[in-house]
Design a protein around this ligand. Structure first.
Ligand SMILES: [Ca+2]
Ligand SMILES: [Ca+2]
Length: 312
């Protein structure tokens, strides 16, 4: 874990240098790149991007290739180094950089990581982000095209807690505590109205069964969607199952309902493959690993396009 946070720190450091250099912060990423990025770009070779790769927190999570969503293993050999990447946080477009050839590294688990061809010489992380450190993710899309990027915005905490509270009440889960992981608002379907995505999870330490499992009663993780004048719906829920064959290992009765602890974060909303429909990149933190997913939201439903995980 530590190494990953070190990497995140350096990404933050690098991003802060770009911010300091005065990159424009437009909704669509047609703004010019910072002087520093341009300087670095001239040193590296230019490679036309063969795939539209998606990198979150330095990890290659997959991409879009020949008209289809593709897993990391299917595209990694197409990335030669020298490709162009558009760098973002959940809230801002930062500018373009060049990426190096992916290398296998063992952080939380083995994965392909891409380093970017930018040096950060001075400066300290600049807390211009609206999110707290835990929520912060940077991502990069490897493409030569301009993309439609939709920055997340945050309303006050109570607004999102109310949404979660309504959902839990509707489900009859009155004893469940609200413990907000993230609340963001963003237009997912280009109708000019913002949808609200709220994640919450609460686990009583006394209910732990070990290895990420908890007794199901009163413990939960949820990612829900709220739209004006419509029902609040669940997008993702923690894995729920009976102990079954695992009961011996977890020292519980076979019929014990248990839930696998997870925490959901929305990383960013952007039209990765330039088809006019925005994708949602999410991160799910679980025991010993992270799952990254790309969704599409259309006609009121979510469709999972790609999921990749790393971990032990
Ligand atoms: Ca909308
Ligand atoms: Ca799209």
């Amino acid at each position: 874990m530590e190494k990953r946070y070190l990497r995140l720190f350096f990404i933050l450091l690098f991003l802060s240098v770009i911010i300091v250099n005065g990159c424009n912060k437009n909704t669509t990423d047609q703004s010019s790149t910072s002087p520093q990025v341009t300087k670095e770009e001239t040193k590296s070779k230019n490679t036309i991007n063969e795939v539209t790769s998606v990198i979150v927190d330095g990890l290659l999570i997959g991409g879009y290739y020949q008209g289809k969503w593709a897993q990391t293993e299917d595209i990694v050999s197409k990335i030669k180094g020298g490709e162009t990447y558009r760098m973002y946080s959940s809230y801002e477009y930062y500018g373009n950089v060049k990426g190096k050839k992916p290398t296998i590294e063992d952080e939380i688990g083995q994965g392909y990581y891409i380093d970017f061809d930018v040096k950060s010489e001075t400066g300290s992380p600049n807390q211009t982000e609206q999110g707290n450190e835990e929520e912060f993710s940077s991502f990069a899309i490897g493409t030569n095209s301009e993309l439609d990027f939709e920055p997340l915005i945050k309303k006050n905490r109570t607004f999102y807690e109310d949404i979660m509270s309504k959902y839990l009440k509707k489900k009859g889960l009155t004893n469940y505590k609200i413990n907000l992981t993230q609340g963001v608002s963003v237009d997912l379907d280009n109708d000019k109205k913002k949808e609200h995505l709220v994640s919450s999870g609460h686990y009583n330490l006394t209910d732990t069964l070990g290895d990420g499992w908890y007794k199901a009663e009163n413990n939960y993780s949820l990612l829900v969607l709220s739209r004006d004048n419509l029902d609040i719906t669940a997008v993702k829920e923690a894995v729920l199952q009976k102990a079954g064959e695992m009961s011996e290992f977890l020292k519980v009765d076979q019929n014990t309902d248990m839930v696998f602890r997870s925490h959901y974060y929305i990383v960013g909303v952007i039209d990765i493959n330039n088809d006019g429909k925005k994708e949602i990149i999410s991160r799910e933190e679980i025991q010993g690993g992270i799952l990254y997913s790309i969704f599409q939201y259309e006609n009121g439903t979510f469709q999972e396009l790609l999921t990749t995980g790393i971990g032990s």
